[in-house]
Design a protein around this ligand. Structure first.
Ligand SMILES: O=C(OP(=O)(O)O)[C@H](O)COP(=O)(O)O
Length: 305
């Protein structure tokens, strides 16, 4: 059971069930001293984990390696990305997880990652459902550009705002952009639930959440409520947007949330689909920290070689 102190956003995990009335006694000596007073508060809510949801940023893509904003350009997984996806599947299998349904974007790297994960788990039969609404954030005119070079030209702070802020939309992609035809003449974008002319030309993280939420509510939530274990194989920023929504992360705090490629994120949710404990990035924690730092450092100014 997990205790969630919603007023203070503090939660405590115990292997054994603890009745709220006993929280302040010796059984709870592992709870930090400064939290014990809070725990006796009448605001205490006992919330059980009812559903498991897995989010996954696809394995490394070719342009992740080249440090270019990839976004809606349909780059494939790199060799390392294929390995990351397989390793992710092996880890999930070892830990005994079973999926009932997988959602992906309509970008190949998220679809391939889902396939490789399911293959490594021996669960290839699990249905995979795709939607453009899980696509990576549309990076507009920045698509194709090298982050480190952009940091040299515009400063690291500006690049960080473009990459991680909630409200800032990068400059839009217009028809003269070198990747405009490749994206907007692609047949996959004629299959969306909005006409091609209404598809974004650039998005802030907020705009990603705005287009993702209707799909989350209408397609994903009903499946979770049926008790299905769902994997969402998507992208750095579509997963960040969903995490912001589910965890109630503030506009300020979302700036410091970075997801590495190929690392599954486990969310334990209550009956209202609210997390009952902090997200868990599964795998070797030291390696995960290194991978997060690597993604953050992509925005450091550096002459490309
Ligand atoms: O395509 C992208 O994300 P993805 O690799 O998760 O699909 C973006 O270029 C990620 O860039 P960011 O890490 O600067 O937000």
């Amino acid at each position: 059971c997990y205790l969630d102190l919603s007023a203070k956003r503090y939660s405590v995990h115990s292997n054994t069930s603890i009745h709220p009335s006993r929280l302040a006694d010796k059984q709870c000596s592992t709870i930090p001293k400064n939290a014990r007073g809070i725990i006796q508060s009448p605001l205490l809510v006992l919330r059980m984990s009812k559903y498991r949801l897995f989010l996954l940023r696809h394995g490394e893509g070719a342009w992740n390696k080249e440090n270019r904003f990839c976004s809606w350009v349909d780059q494939k997984l790199s060799e390392d990305g294929v390995k990351e996806a397989r390793d992710c599947g092996r880890l999930l299998k070892e830990q005994g997880y079973k999926f009932d349904l997988v959602f992906t974007s309509i970008l190949s790297r998220s679809v391939h990652t889902a396939w490789l994960v399911l293959e490594a788990m021996g669960q290839e039969w699990v249905p995979v459902v795709k939607s453009w609404r899980l696509n990576e954030r549309h990076y507009g005119a920045l698509i194709g550009l090298n982050r480190a070079q952009m940091a040299l030209q515009h400063g690291e702070e500006k690049v960080k705002l473009w990459r991680r802020s909630y409200n800032i939309t990068p400059p839009p992609m217009d028809e003269s952009h070198p990747y405009f035809p490749e994206i907007y003449n692609d047949r996959r974008y004629t299959t969306c639930d909005v006409p091609k002319e209404k598809l974004p030309r650039a998005e802030s993280l907020k705009e990603v959440l705005d287009r993702l939420l209707p799909y989350w509510d209408s397609a994903v939530v009903p499946e979770i409520r049926k008790g299905r274990t769902v994997l969402i194989s998507a992208h750095g920023n579509s997963c960040r947007a969903l995490l912001k929504h589910l965890e109630g992360i503030s506009d300020e705090d979302i700036v410091s949330v970075t997801l590495p490629t190929g690392i599954p994120v486990l969310l334990e949710l209550d009956e209202n689909l609210k997390p009952v404990k902090p997200r868990q990035l599964l795998g070797d924690q030291a390696k995960i920290q290194v991978a997060i730092k690597k993604v953050e450092d992509q925005g450091k100014a550096k002459q490309s070689t």
